[in-house]
Design a protein around this ligand. Structure first.
Ligand code: SAM
Length: 434
């Protein structure tokens, strides 16, 4: 009976790479012979990777599924702190391209057996001698395993130019190490029955190469005056939404600020109409007669933060503001105003938002950053001195809010996400289980 692998052999090969990535946390990874990008689609979830690149000589194959690499709606709705750029190229790995230099990890999964032996030599020179990555994973069929496929005549795939025994693979790999300054470990995936394992080895043999001298040697190698060559064609390039992008940070922050400011406004109005409110003390200041309700836990939390920060912004908060019309205030429990109604506007101080909304403080870092980031946002109306968010006293137009959320998503590429299908890949037919 022919050996069947569970999980399928191509999945085991990809899992081998993923396990390596989890252990070694490379930042820049390139998959050579990426075909329909199935390994890349799994690697993109490992957000320690900042640059993920695929190369294949067959551009049509790459294009077929490359849109499956696009960010998903959650990537836009909750942009990550991490950065990720994905690039796909059409080109032959027998040729140099300067954009592939200096990577942490190069993977070549079931690729070399599709090259002529002369091209394998070029592959070695380009990958190990020119690209000089920190680590390389090469997998290729182990021909000693083939007798376990009784119906197999010849190679496992019609496009294979050779299939090596373990000794042949080892001999090539050791020469590469000697020529280009690497060391290699041999392993594999796809186990034979227990009693035959030693005799036939793994179905897919794998060499894991590490550059001698590791990362330190990189700068030395990379900074030589080798000519920059760009022989590949860029097919796809996508930057994932990230909070490192100032526009995205502003958008997320504005949404969060408006959400919390609106929440506070609603509570304020509720309090005004006599309903219970428990976040802050509300005072209705009418001359001397202040009517205050103390809030317990949250109030204390705010006080603690105020003590800890103790900055000028907090001091500002304590300073009396000029109030007009109906004179309604949020207070910090010590008779100081925090929010007030001015000309039919509710004014929510940034200091309050900063100290009571953890996400707002985490995103902005400081009160002055918060002010700076909100300054030019078209959806956030700040008071003249920039110290407070102004909201309409009456309920905010829900239409506007909806429009804003929608707009934010359109701006950040949400429309593209909606167009792209999130379908599960069908099995690939390339060497799927051999
Ligand atoms: N690595 C893929 C995976 O693990 O799912 C499958 C690889 S498939 C068996 C071999 C791939 O190598 C094909 O997509 C083929 O187009 C590509 N290829 C063949 N010769 C190449 C070359 N000289 N440079 C780059 N890619 C090449």
């Amino acid at each position: 009976m022919e050996p069947m692998f569970s999980p399928a052999l191509h999945r085991q090969r990809h899992q081998f790479v993923i396990d390596f990535v989890k252990r070694n946390k490379p930042k820049k990874v390139v998959d050579l012979g990426c075909s329909e990008c199935s390994l890349l689609k799994q690697l993109k979830f490992h957000r320690e990777i900042e640059l993920l690149v695929g190369v294949d000589i067959d551009g049509a194959k790459v294009k077929k599924k490359m849109h499956g690499l696009a960010p998903m709606s959650t990537d836009y709705l909750q942009p990550s702190n991490d950065q990720l750029c994905i690039e796909l190229y059409q080109g032959s790995i027998t040729q140099r391209d300067a954009r592939l230099r200096g990577f942490d990890l190069v993977t070549s999964i079931e690729l070399i057996e599709h090259l002529t032996l002369a091209d394998v030599e070029r592959f070695s020179e380009v990958v190990f001698g020119y690209m000089t990555p920190v680590a390389v994973i090469v997998s290729t069929p182990n021909s000693e395993f083939n007798p376990l496929f009784p119906r197999l005549a010849g190679f496992r795939h019609s496009d294979h130019k050779f299939e090596w025994t373990r000794a042949e693979f080892k001999s090539w790999a050791l020469k590469v190490c000697l020529d280009y300054g690497y060391e290699v470990e041999f392993t594999g995936v796809g186990q034979a029955p227990l009693d035959q394992q030693e005799r036939v080895g793994f179905c897919s043999q794998i060499g894991v190469f590490h550059r001698l001298g590791g990362r330190e040697v990189y700068n030395m190698l990379y900074c030589d005056d080798a000519e920059d060559v760009f022989s590949y064609t860029l097919l796809y390039s996508k930057n994932y939404p990230s909070l490192h992008d100032n526009n995205i940070l502003r958008r997320v922050l504005a949404t969060e600020v408006l959400y919390w400011a609106e929440k506070l406004r609603i509570r304020w109005v509720e309090e005004k109409t006599g309903e219970r409110y428990n976040a802050y003390t509300l005072c209705q200041a009418e001359g001397e007669g202040e009517e205050c309700h103390r809030a317990s836990e949250q109030h204390l939390e705010v006080e603690e933060k105020q003590t800890a920060t103790g900055g000028a912004a907090m001091k500002n908060l304590m300073e009396p503001q000029e109030v007009e019309d109906e004179q309604l205030f949020w207070t910090d429990g010590q008779g100081q105003q925090e929010s007030c109604k001015l000309h039919r506007c509710v004014s929510v101080p940034l200091a309050v938002l900063w100290s009571c909304c953890p996400k707002v403080s985490a995103l902005s870092g400081s009160l002055s950053n918060l002010r700076q980031l909100l300054m030019d946002d078209p959806d956030v109306k700040l008071s003249q001195d920039g110290s407070a968010v102004l909201l309409n006293y009456q309920e905010q137009g829900t239409k506007k809010k909806k429009k804003k959320d929608h707009g934010a998503l359109e701006d950040s590429g949400y429309a593209e996400v909606r167009q792209c299908s999130l379908s599960v890949d069908p099995e690939e037919d390339w060497d799927a289980n051999v």
